[in-house]
Design a protein around this ligand. Structure first.
Ligand code: ATP
Ligand code: MG
Length: 255
């Protein structure tokens, strides 16, 4: 049984068919890439998988559970984390608090609004702080653990967001363009981090336009074009696939 199985998913927005009968699978333990031109439906696919939006039709199963009608917090509770195409850290919270928010979610199943935050944080503070700090160490951000998130560089904020998504100890993590806006050195560091995250037992599904990184780290790549899956396979095969080259890769430099 694949960890994630998307079957014949359709998503219509007003006047736009963003996904048109897409089926794909993510096996446990892999790094899977999702690529394709702007507007192909990649982020839409992630919104559906994470429960932020509902498919118009089709099925999505995560760990064998039908999740197509479930709310984001239920899906996250089943063991799925995600990051967004635009940075979504809490700017005024410190780096370590941003990760702690992710852990809070895991333990209570709700979010700050439940009002348990303050008493809870006092009770569990030390242990959670230690765990969150450990996550920042893993990500190379521990020297800035007390910095408000808005003072971190763009690249650091993107890494921090990954840390928050990982705080729940997910089985699967969805990363939407983690390399966008990063310097070449940061992209290289990110590629290594993603591989380490996989080694620690989390399966990765990553949307990315940075072809050098995707081709380097992915075990398998799915390609969307105009809401349809046009190819799926190993990076070498995708790179040489005439349909993919025509739709997307023409002129790509694998920096
Ligand atoms: N909320 C929405 N309402 C209407 N149309 C939408 C909405 N969200 C996405 N779309 C449309 O659905 C299509 C797919 O968009 P999506 O954001 O999934 O593309 P993408 O592959 O992530 O592109 P990019 O690489 O630019 O991030 C586009 O035509 C987009 O304009
Ligand atoms: Mg997108």
């Amino acid at each position: 049984m694949p960890l994630l199985a998307v079957k014949k998913v359709v998503k219509d927005y007003e006047g736009v068919r963003a996904l048109n009968g897409v089926s794909l699978q993510v096996e446990k333990g892999v790094i899977k890439g999702l690529i394709g031109p702007n507007g192909a439906g990649k982020s839409t696919m992630f919104h559906l998988i994470s429960g932020m939006e509902k498919p118009t039709s089709g099925n999505i199963a995560f760990r064998g559970v039908d999740i197509a009608g479930k709310e984001p917090h239920e899906i996250s509770g089943l063991g799925m984390g995600r990051t967004f195409q635009t940075v979504q850290t809490w700017g005024n919270m410190t780096a370590v608090e941003n990760v702690m928010v992710g852990m809070h979610r895991k333990l209570i199943g709700g979010i700050l609004s439940c009002g348990l935050w303050l008493p809870w944080i006092k009770r569990e503070e030390k242990e959670v702080l230690r765990e969150a700090f450990g996550m920042l160490e893993f990500l190379g951000l521990s020297a800035k653990w007390k910095w408000p998130a808005f003072q971190l560089s763009y690249g650091e904020q993107k890494i921090l967001e990954i840390g928050r998504a990982l705080a729940t100890g997910p089985e699967l993590i969805l990363l939407d363009e983690p390399a966008a806006g990063l310097t070449p050195q940061e992209v290289q560091a990110l590629a290594e981090k993603i591989q380490q995250i996989r080694e620690r037992g989390t399966t990765i599904f990553v949307v990315e336009h940075h072809m050098g990184m995707v081709m380097e780290i992915a075990d398998e790549i799915a390609v969307l074009n105009h809401g349809e899956l046009i190819a799926e396979g190993r990076p070498e095969a995708i790179r040489d696939d005439p349909r993919v080259i025509r739709a997307y890769l023409k002129g790509t430099v694998y920096a």
